[in-house]
Design a protein around this ligand. Structure first.
Ligand code: ZN
Length: 53
């Protein structure tokens, strides 16, 4: 087994896991129409730091 195939396999596994997680999250959000509150990082992403109020 070549290292290239090993890396490709891992990339496939990680991609499948990410896709499954994203699908699960989308499914949950489609089943729950109401707001999930400020704690939900999907509805209220906190990727950017907030310096101003
Ligand atoms: Zn949410």
């Amino acid at each position: 087994m070549s290292p290239l195939m090993y890396a490709a396999g891992w990339i496939l596994v990680i991609t499948a896991l990410a896709a499954a997680l994203a699908a699960l999250h989308v499914l949950i959000h489609s089943r729950v129409p109401r707001d999930h509150g400020p704690a939900c990082w999907w509805c209220h992403p906190h990727l950017l730091p907030r310096r101003r109020g």
